[in-house]
Design a binder for this molecule. Structure first.
Ligand code: 4GX
Length: 256
């Protein structure tokens, strides 16, 4: 996968490329990453990348010419690459979008600053408009890092041998189960007994129940979207039954 970032602050990406899974993926040539300064494509003496908005008002707009030249240069280098603009106006980024983007050979990520980008550039040269969430950043750089990070870990070989992208949150539409490590007792709190038992089938069942419970309590919207399998339905029905029993007993008390 080729990531090309277009930004007026390419140095923001130096520490991002230099750590952890991203660094390893670059070293292993699982990904190829670069950040290009849009200013390098400005033709005027002062290398200006912004201008005042037509119609007036405060703030500045990214000039179309340098940005268009930068995008064209990037897509000439990786012709199969898709272009992505990071903007609050985009579709909200999620794991399924990360999977879709991971299927391409290259991504050109355009980071806007100021009030935004001239509309004609968006219209003609951008394949995907993506928002990382409903809040306002000072520029698209952090959003581009989020997209690159989430996409990279889905590329085969990016995560170490035993780790696998299929096992974690959202791979199956559920939040991850609770995790524990040593010591067995921490500040008076014990690790659930079953995890010490070595009984793999029981452990898997406990983990599924933990996943389902956390998703139900913290993100019930995810459960509503999910296509539940038979085992998951059985667990939810069991809880439902238990809750109905408790409510039934309480009802009796109020009547009686
Ligand atoms: N998820 N911003 C981009 C400038 C801008 C505005 C319009 C292009 C079009 C953001 C987000 C985000 C703030 C980055 C405005 N560029 N990006 N910037 N949320 O808030 O991705």
């Amino acid at each position: 996968m080729f990531f090309t970032v277009l930004t007026i602050f390419p140095e923001m990406f130096d520490p991002f490329w230099a750590h952890g899974i991203i660094r390893k993926a670059i070293e292993d040539q699982t990904i190829f990453a670069s950040a290009t300064n849009i200013r390098d494509y400005a033709e005027d003496r002062h290398q200006v990348t912004d201008d005042r908005p037509y119609g007036g008002g405060s703030g500045m707009v990214m000039k179309p010419e340098p940005l268009a030249s930068a995008i064209r240069a990037a897509t000439r280098t990786v012709p199969e690459a898709k272009t992505v603009l990071l903007t609050p106006q985009g579709s909200v980024f999620d794991q399924s979008m990360a999977r879709e983007l991971a299927s391409f050979d290259g991504l050109v990520l355009v980071c806007g600053r100021y009030e935004g980008v001239d509309e004609r550039v968006c219209h003609d040269l951008i394949d995907y408009e993506i928002s990382t969430g409903d809040y306002v950043l000072t520029g698209g750089e952090l959003a581009a890092m989020i997209v690159i990070d989430a996409v990279t870990r889905l590329i085969p070989g990016a995560l170490g041998g035993e780790q696998a992208a299929e096992k974690d949150s959202f791979a199956n539409g559920l939040l991850e189960h609770a995790h524990y490590t040593r010591p067995r007792i921490f500040e008076g709190n014990e690790v659930p007994e079953v995890l010490l038992s070595g009984h793999h089938q029981e452990i898997e069942k406990w983990r599924l129940e933990s996943s389902l419970m956390r998703t139900l309590l913290k993100r019930s919207d995810l459960l509503q979207k999910k296509d539940l399998d038979q085992q998951e339905i059985e667990i939810l029905k069991k809880w439902c039954h238990q809750i109905e029993k408790i409510l039934g007993i309480n009802d009796q008390r109020h009547k009686g």
